[in-house]
Write a protein that binds this ligand. Sequence first.
Ligand SMILES: [Zn+2]
Length: 200
Amino acid sequence: MSLLLLQTRRRVPEPEPAPLTPKPKPREEGSTPEWRGSPNFTIGRSGRHALAIVLHTAVGSLDGMTAWFQRTDAQVSAHYGVGLDGRIHQYVLLTDTAWHAGRLETGNRWSGPSGVNPNAVTVGIETEDLGRPETEPVTNAQYDAVLECCWIALRTYPDMDWLVAHRAISPASRSCPAGRWINTGRIQQLSRDLGLTLVL
Ligand SMILES: [Zn+2]
């Protein structure tokens, strides 16, 4: 019986060529930061390295914040500013200290080293909101560009642990980065995409 089966067995047709496995997508080119230098920074990081990314919403436009950060009398800056259209302006080198979140206010949830200004151990990212911090939607282009800034920072400081809302450092005076990031789940998504612990 088995012999008969063997003899009568039809030739197995040539297998269809396996469908091509899709090649892994090359890493998409992110927006490239454009250098817009601010005079408002401290050289170096007081002998430390960055532990956290601090996210902000600018209550204004990208070009407005760039002009402001370039004024010496403003006394504020960030490492990056990100437009709704995904443009990235860079004001301070990642290895230098930007002046974006230094005021450690009563009730803060900052868990960085005590006695150290948070600016020395954070990367600051500002985001354009056209003056509507609660309601201006974070566009996909802006989200992706912020993500790109975070990846650049993580390549420079791979040991970073936290994504911090500015209000966690300055709860008395700031709602930053406000509803457009917090109520929409965007900042929560960002922390998941980056594998960083969220401090709200
Ligand atoms: Zn802020």
